[in-house]
Design a protein around this ligand. Structure first.
Ligand SMILES: [Zn+2]
Ligand SMILES: [Zn+2]
Length: 136
């Protein structure tokens, strides 16, 4: 699987060399750094406990524009045949799907793919269960 669609110039504050997130202590103004797996810590300057504020970052928390492919550009769908489930891959009709090679068939061209409405419904149900999703 290629990592297409990982260019996100809109997130200016995301520094790739940084492995922590900063939060300002609202009591004393000191900068608190949350490293990976850290979500709360006491301020070094004034001892105030600060809880990490989840914000949109990386691809996991971005606002989804296409719920059919979840902005991946490709969709995987199952077909049941002879009692077995087979998985097929198709390109989405959205702009993200156009970035994939034309050798991958478009979803609408696939005779045995579920209607996009079904895929969208499933994805919306899935994404609603992810914590913090939906909040910008
Ligand atoms: Zn402080
Ligand atoms: Zn799409």
């Amino acid at each position: 699987m290629k990592h297409i669609g990982e260019c996100m110039p809109d997130l200016v504050y995301t520094n790739l060399n940084k492995n922590y997130d900063e939060e300002k202590c609202r009591v004393c103004g000191a900068i608190i750094r949350f490293y990976r797996n850290e979500y709360k810590k006491a301020c070094n300057e004034c001892g105030t406990w600060v809880f990490y504020r989840a914000r949109a970052k990386k691809s996991t928390n971005r606002k989804t524009t296409c719920y059919i492919c979840l902005d991946k550009g490709i969709v995987e769908y199952p077909v049941q045949k002879d009692g077995h489930l087979y998985r097929y891959v198709a390109r989405c009709n959205c702009p993200k799907g156009m970035k994939w090679p034309a050798s991958i068939p478009l979803l609408i061209e696939c005779e045995y793919s579920p209607k996009p409405e079904f895929i969208e419904k499933k994805n919306r149900m899935l994404t609603n269960t992810i914590p913090f999703a939906g909040k910008g």
